[in-house]
Design a protein around this ligand. Structure first.
Ligand SMILES: NC(=O)c1ccc[n+]([C@@H]2O[C@H](COP(=O)([O-])OP(=O)(O)OC[C@H]3O[C@@H](n4cnc5c(N)ncnc54)[C@H](O)[C@@H]3O)[C@@H](O)[C@H]2O)c1
Length: 263
């Protein structure tokens, strides 16, 4: 189904994990992507997409203005100057007791998860404002990856700082969605629960007991897959969501209603 046929997107964090799954889903839906990611190279599964010239890769740190701005500029050029949307998936985790978190850890987390989202969205908005509206009155769509931790606890995790950073993403989405609605730019976010990516798997290598929560805490009784998040993303980017802005879409196996834990 080519519901994003001919559309072009900048995707941050698209080298692996949720961001890469979002890229794969966009391309499968007929679009192309330009990826901004701090890794020097993307996961090997992106090679075929690169060869097909649907996946353009730019290594940069979205938390540094001097690194981000030229990379964003080059990304839009690679997309032929058109920007139908921007997916903000780059992020880092911090799962640690509140009393042990250092200033350096906190500053880096906020720099990536808040400043990175804010200023990539600003660059995308400036580019979209130069474009004409489509038949629905829309110039472009911005989708950020927030987190279940923005709205509630995640059993097995200690997320005072991370959840705080994702709370910013959620409230930023509501404020910006409202501000830009009259300018034809839709702004939404997705709040995933536990998703099987390196972010969680690396934690499980250090604290194997968290694996219990990955499958038992979601009422749907499994850990989420990156494709679960990508499915919601395609809806939010597509014309099916042309009347949808300033929302947070939870993709968390039912944890918004409560956990499935019995003890
Ligand atoms: N995995 C989960 O359970 C889960 C749940 C809720 C939200 N999220 C969020 O989803 C997003 C994707 O996470 P993931 O699970 O795929 O993790 P991941 O670590 O596999 O992917 C994150 C990507 O972001 C990139 N990145 C990190 N810092 C960057 C920077 N400064 N500049 C550019 N790129 C940078 C990484 O290189 C990586 O490719 C993150 O925002 C994360 O907070 C993940």
């Amino acid at each position: 189904m080519d519901i994003l046929k001919g559309k072009s997107y900048v995707v941050t964090g698209g080298a692996r994990g949720i961001g890469l799954a979002c890229c794969q889903a966009i391309i499968a839906a007929g679009g192309q992507v330009a990826v901004l990611d701090i890794l020097s190279e993307p996961d090997s599964s992106a090679a075929a997409l690169q060869e097909a010239s649907k996946y353009h890769y730019f290594s940069c740190d979205i938390a540094q203005q001097q690194s981000l701005e030229p990379a964003f500029h080059n990304a839009v050029i690679a997309l032929g100057g058109q920007l139908d949307g921007c997916v903000l998936a780059a992020g880092i985790g911090l799962d640690k007791p509140f009393v042990d978190i250092s200033w350096a850890e906190f500053d880096r987390l906020m720099r990536v998860n808040q400043s990175g989202i804010f200023f990539v969205a600003q660059l995308a908005t400036r580019a979209m404002l130069l474009q004409d509206v489509d038949k629905h009155g829309i110039r472009g769509s911005i989708v950020s990856i927030a987190s279940r931790s923005a709205s509630g606890t995640c059993p097995g995790h200690l997320l005072s700082a991370y959840g705080g950073s994702k709370g910013f993403v959620k409230s930023f989405t509501l404020q910006l969605g409202h501000e830009l609605a009259g300018k034809g730019i839709r702004v939404n976010c997705i709040s995933p629960g536990y998703i099987e990516t390196e972010l969680n798997l690396s934690l499980a290598r250090i604290r194997p007991e968290v694996q219990y929560f990955f499958t038992e805490a979601p009422p749907l009784k499994r850990i989420g897959q990156t494709s679960d998040v990508a499915g919601g993303l395609i809806y939010l980017l597509s014309d099916a969501a042309s009347y949808v802005t300033a929302i947070d879409l939870p993709i968390d196996g039912g944890m918004t209603a409560g956990t499935g834990l019995t003890k």
